[in-house]
Design a protein around this ligand. Structure first.
Ligand code: GUN
Length: 281
């Protein structure tokens, strides 16, 4: 039987409508949730992401400001801006779009963001809280993946979850989130032996590798939930995930499409984190 599609596009729209109502309620109490996005340089993909974050903020009635900084900015100038935003009472969330140009120290920049305004969930205080199971800002993409899994209605506890990819932004945090929901979690990466066997054991499969169509139908356990985090542009301009979708949908029970799966959830979760930051002041 063909897998059910998990539409991040539809689910994120529902979330955005709910957030819009909550923003109205906050505004009635005199608080306008505000997000500051810092974009350094001219990376074309980053420019597109930042523009869609701003549009989403405006649509739900939040205050949004983009700080576009020259590629040649110094570490000190960037940190001065973050200090200013940390102190700005109009701003509840701060996001520095990554990657930064090579001469800038990404780790130090993230450390300078006030943890209470770290709506990306990248600050070590927030990643540490995730590790020990305390409530915190969770990184938007893995948080969005968890929401998609919840939408299937399938119980996570006791399931075998396999995460392919170990990035700080997706692979590691989603493994912790799945563990917190009592899944038995395996993280696979480029040095994993018998990768196909590991993947085949997954009741819940998270593909966050960054290689187009890397996971094929015969690697997937029949009935698995497949969450495809990959966004890869092919030479013909088409977007494709890390999972070979046409084959995989014949084997999985639920699957996310690319585009229209995880992607739109990332922005919805950013709005949710910003709303929570504003609600907690
Ligand atoms: N670059 C790619 N994904 C992200 C993200 O979720 N947050 C930030 N700040 N930069 C990114």
């Amino acid at each position: 039987m063909e897998a059910k599609l998990i539409s991040g596009k539809e689910i994120s729209q529902k979330i955005r409508t709910e957030i819009k109502e909550k923003v109205q309620a906050l505004k009635a109490n005199g608080v306008i949730p505000g997000l500051a996005v810092v974009l350094v340089g001219e990376d074309p993909a980053s420019k597109v992401y930042v523009a869609s974050k701003e549009k989403a903020c405006t649509e739900v009635g939040m205050h949004s400001e983009i700080h576009r900084i020259s590629e040649s900015t110094s570490q000190n100038e960037l940190i001065d801006l973050i200090d200013k935003l940390n102190k700005d009472s109009k701003i509840h969330g701060i996001l520095v779009q990554l990657p930064l140009p090579k001469h800038l120290d990404e780790k130090e920049v993230i450390l300078k963001i006030s943890p209470e305004k770290d709506v990306d969930g990248f600050h070590p205080i927030n990643t540490g809280k995730l590790l020990v199971g305390e409530k915190t800002f969770e990184a938007c993409t893995p948080k969005g993946c968890m929401r998609l899994i919840k939408e299937t209605g399938i119980e996570i506890a006791g399931k075998k979850a396999v995460v392919v990819g170990r990035s700080n932004i997706v692979g590691k945090p989603i493994a912790l989130m799945l563990l917190a929901q009592n899944a038995t979690v395996t993280i696979c990466h480029s040095k994993t032996k018998n990768l196909s066997e590991e993947i085949k054991a997954a009741d819940i499969l998270i593909a966050a590798i960054g290689k187009p169509n890397f996971i094929t139908a015969e690697m997937i356990k029949p009935g698995a939930i497949v969450i495809d985090v990959g966004i890869n542009r092919l030479e013909n301009g088409k977007l494709t995930g890390d999972v070979e979708f046409e084959g995989a949908k014949e084997v999985a029970s639920f699957i996310t499409p690319v585009p229209g799966g995880v992607g739109p959830m990332t922005i919805a979760m950013l709005l949710e984190n910003t709303l929570e930051a504003a609600q907690s002041i």
